[in-house]
Design a protein around this ligand. Sequence first.
Ligand code: F3S
Length: 283
Amino acid sequence: MKVVVAETAGFCFGVKRAVDKVYEQIECAEVKKIYTYGPIIHNEEVVNDLADKGVSIIESKDELRGVKEGIVIIRSHGVDKEVYDIAKENNLQIVDATCPFVLKIHKIVEKEKNNGSHIIIIGNKDHPEVQGIRGWSGENTTIIGNEEEADKLSVDPGEKICIVSQTTFNYNKFKYLVEIISKKSYDINVLDTICNATHERQAEAKKIAANVDSMIVIGGKNSSNTQKLYEICRKECEKTYYIQTVEDIDLCELQSSSCVGITAGASTPNNIIEEVHTNVRKF
Ligand code: F3S
């Protein structure tokens, strides 16, 4: 059986940077308690390892209000301004691991908000990155995640519109939703803020999936970029499997495949990809 592993599979620059920052803090924080605001990545194995090393997760602003000392690490998804404000009020040390590509979106939407634009965020409204961006774009914001929401969009015709995207959104879907909005003849400024790592990962996954008999997509079940990778691969290859670890592979399913492709979301550590690769190859 031939096995093709995507070169872009696994940690992207922003996720690697965030995870590294937590381990750096563990090494040098000495007595200070370390928290991450939300799980640092959507990967149980990494999160459990950090918990074993004494890192706790703060799940909400209310919880953060109750923390009076220690270090709070902001993950790559970024957060809204209130989180920084609460941390400062409580004299907490902030280690900001917000991905620079996400920070750039915060700056864009804040500037456009101040210019009076209506901000449209194309993305998943429940995703922490989108909620963080929403915190910088103000009240005059609409989040659009699907065709129906794009169709329903209704904005004052005199308003300027600025469209940005969640960094990990599906590029083709973004283009399609922008097309729907563009037909409404508003004054639109479109900024494709999908990050290059996502473009490349999705393009490579699509290409591999189109040329293999089975495709394996590895990533946490809550990882939105992995879910999108799965959708993309599934369109190209009917036998696409979404797994979290090597234990989820049903090797019998791969029996009739002579060529298997493997890709992984941005929060999948290399050792998991390697394990899956080794197991499939042995089979
Ligand atoms: Fe940053 Fe792109 Fe990763 S925005 S966190 S490098 S997917």
